[in-house]
Structure formats: structure tokens, C-alpha cells
Design a protein around this ligand. Structure first.
Ligand code: COA
Length: 182
């Protein structure tokens, strides 16, 4: 048996997988055991691409790509938001294996993918091949950190054929997002 990476749409996740993902996401990002809200949220991600690194059927790390349409300077862009990246046991290489697969997936499709993080974790993403840039979250979600006292203001991204990130970096204009947060 060896490590396996499964890539599947949200609508094809099993209930066991959905519950595991919801529980871990709740535990890691928000604390506490009440994962029902997260489960409801994940169930809506029917068309997102989920990446699951498994060993002997156990999930070791996961994350997903959420298709998102953005209108910027009168042009539509179909990009991916990178969401809920979690490694169950840290510093064992599970995060890298998973996210390198996500990079190849985006490169093959020539699509832009972007996620947001703090300055420490941005080093992890840079090491495995993402481009990183400080200030990108505030460009796309300016209200995100206001009530948190902490702003994870780094963007990590793969540049697609549409060169969306390069284009927004070139201006200081507001990027109107279809969602309040990723
Ligand atoms: C961020 C995360 C996914 C990394 O996964 P991981 O499995 O621990 O990472 P890996 O073992 O593959 O580490 C790869 C490299 O990045 C480095 N790295 C990992 N986490 C890091 C961090 N938080 N800060 C700086 N460097 C980090 C490792 O030291 C390693 O470097 P090396 O190859 O020189 O030893 C994991 O720490 C995690 O689940 N964190 C909590 C949730 C989170 O913050 N997710 C990201 C949201 S954007």
C-alpha cells in the first residue's frame, strides 16, 4: 500500500469523508466539536475539487479548489479559490505531497488558483512551488481582518493563462468578489 491522492468533486465525497473533513476543519480553524455548520457548508461545495491524500484509506491531508467567477475591469475570470488546507499530522510531508498535486492540477488546466494565509505558512507554500505575495487578501477581501486583530494577508497562488493575479497586482483598484470570504 502506498500514498494515494484522490481528486474528486464535492458531490462525489462519501458521507464518511464529508464528516471527517467537517470535523477536522472545525477543530483546526475554529476550535470546538460542533462541526454541523461546517458540514452544511461543505455539502454546498458540490462542484469544488477536493484533494485527499490517503494511506490505507485514512485521510492524511486535504484541501479543495472552489470555482469562482470574478469580474474585473469588465472582463470575467474563472479562477479557483484554494480552501481548507489541512494536514492531520504536521511536518511529515503530507501537506507538501498534497499541495504539489494541486499545483500540477492547476498547471495542467492552465487555471489561476489563489489562497490566503499568514506570513509563516506562506513560507511553506513558497517552498513547494506557489508564488506568494503580501497584501493580496486585503486587495480581494478588505474587511477580512478587521475584527480579528490579525490579518492573514499573504496570497499564495498559481498563475493561470488568464494572468489574473498579475493583472490585479498592476493596479490598485478594488477587486469585487462574489463572496464575503473564500
Ligand atoms: C500548513 C500545513 C498544511 C503544512 O502541512 P505539513 O504537512 O505540516 O507540511 P510538510 O510536512 O509537507 O512541510 C513542508 C515544508 O514546509 C515547512 N513548513 C510546514 N509548515 C510550516 C509553517 N507553519 N511555517 C513555516 N514552514 C512550514 C516544513 O518545515 C517543511 O520544510 P522542510 O521540507 O524544509 O522540512 C499544516 O501545518 C497545517 O495543517 N496547518 C494548520 C492549518 C493551516 O494553517 N492550513 C493552512 C491554511 S492557508
Amino acid at each position: 500500500m502506498k500514498y494515494q491522492i484522490e481528486i474528486k468533486k464535492g458531490k462525489d465525497l462519501t458521507s464518511k469523508e464529508l464528516i471527517f473533513l467537517a470535523k477536522e476543519t472545525q477543530r483546526v480553524f475554529y476550535g470546538g466539536n460542533n462541526f454541523n455548520k461546517e458540514l452544511v457548508r461543505l455539502k454546498r461545495e458540490k462542484n469544488s475539487f477536493f484533494f485527499l491524500l490517503k494511506f490505507n484509506k485514512n485521510i492524511l491531508s486535504f484541501g479543495f479548489l472552489k470555482p469562482t467567477k470574478i469580474k474585473y475591469l469588465n472582463k470575467n475570470y474563472n479562477i479557483f479559490g484554494i480552501r481548507n488546507v489541512i494536514s492531520i499530522k504536521k511536518k511529515k510531508g503530507y501537506g507538501s505531497l498534497l499541495m504539489k498535486e494541486m499545483i500540477s492540477f492547476l498547471n495542467k488546466k492552465e487555471k489561476t488558483g489563489i489562497g490566503f494565509t499568514g506570513s509563516n505558512v506562506s513560507k511553506f507554500y513558497k517552498k513547494i512551488g506557489f508564488l506568494t505575495k503580501k497584501g493580496l487578501r486585503n486587495r480581494m477581501f478588505p474587511n477580512y481582518g478587521k475584527d480579528k486583530g490579525e490579518i492573514a494577508n499573504w496570497g499564495f497562488y498559481v498563475e493561470g493563462k488568464d494572468k489574473f493575479i498579475t493583472k490585479i497586482i498592476k493596479t490598485k483598484l478594488k477587486v469585487k468578489m462574489p463572496l464575503k470570504k473564500w
